[in-house]
Unconditional design. Structure first.
Length: 216
DNA sequence: GATTGGATCTACT
DNA sequence: GTAGATCCAATCG
């Protein structure tokens, strides 16, 4: 059955995020993320996260061109959700870190489903448990997170983060996934021996060669 | 107006 | 298991 629901007293204070993302990301492992979309609590344990810095990080949105309307949230106060649309179909969920005025965030890449599994399974078209949230786009779909959650504080009923119930067994570190620049930096943290961690890269990373004739 | 960007999904070997 | 196509928005010139 489902483990006990986290107590409100376990909510992470927003100050938890007011520091370097490289410290926040590993600390998020084992923490519990829960959403209340449609009145149904869904969520689980964070098992994979990546750190993104500000202007000094080539893999960050903030590095490309400073602040833009899209990534402005990353410069805002810590402890807020930074949700952004990509791939035309998928969302990415980040937690804003660092003090207001400094860009920084932790990207949540994988979740171990715990609460509302039935609902999440429906949202994921009946996929097996291990694939409900084993990826950034998958996990937002499972939780029902969308652009409406952008800039939302992480201590509200709709979306909140609780501290770790128990320390994680073993934390692994590796290079980040899916980046064309800055991927060599080892800012990716995950729980070792956990089947819910995303596989990282599978297919070729850069198709690059598109439109080979194929007139239409 | 044109190009870039990255994860997921589906089909096939 | 592997490979390729898809898809929408933001950014750039």
């Amino acid at each position: 059955m489902e483990p006990a629901f986290p107590d409100a007293a376990d909510l992470l204070p927003l100050s938890f995020f007011d520091r370097d993302p490289r410290d926040v990301a590993p600390d998020l492992l084992g923490c519990r993320l829960i959403s209340h979309k449609g009145g149904v609590p869904t969520g689980g344990i964070i098992v994979e996260a990546e750190a993104y810095l500000g202007s000094d990080d080539p893999g960050s949105h903030a590095a490309t061109r400073g602040m833009t309307p899209r990534n402005a949230v990353m410069y805002g106060p810590p402890g807020h959700a930074y949700v952004y649309f990509t791939y035309g179909n998928h969302f990415m969920l980040n937690f804003v870190c660092e003090s207001e005025g400094t860009a920084g965030g932790a990207l949540i890449r994988a979740l171990q489903p715990v609460w509302g599994i039935a609902t999440m399974t429906q949202r994921r078209s009946g996929r097996p448990l291990t694939e409900l949230a084993s990826g950034p786009g998958k996990l937002t779909a499972a939780l029902g997170v969308d652009l409406g959650d952008n800039a939302r504080p992480l201590n509200t009923r709709d979306l909140c983060v609780y501290g770790a119930d128990a320390p994680v067994d073993s934390v692994g570190v590796s290079g980040r996934v899916g980046l064309m620049h800055g991927y060599e930096r080892e800012y990716r943290f995950f729980v070792k021996d956990n089947p819910f961690v995303s596989r990282g890269r599978t297919g070729p990373l850069r198709p690059k060669q598109r439109n080979e004739g194929s007139p239409k």
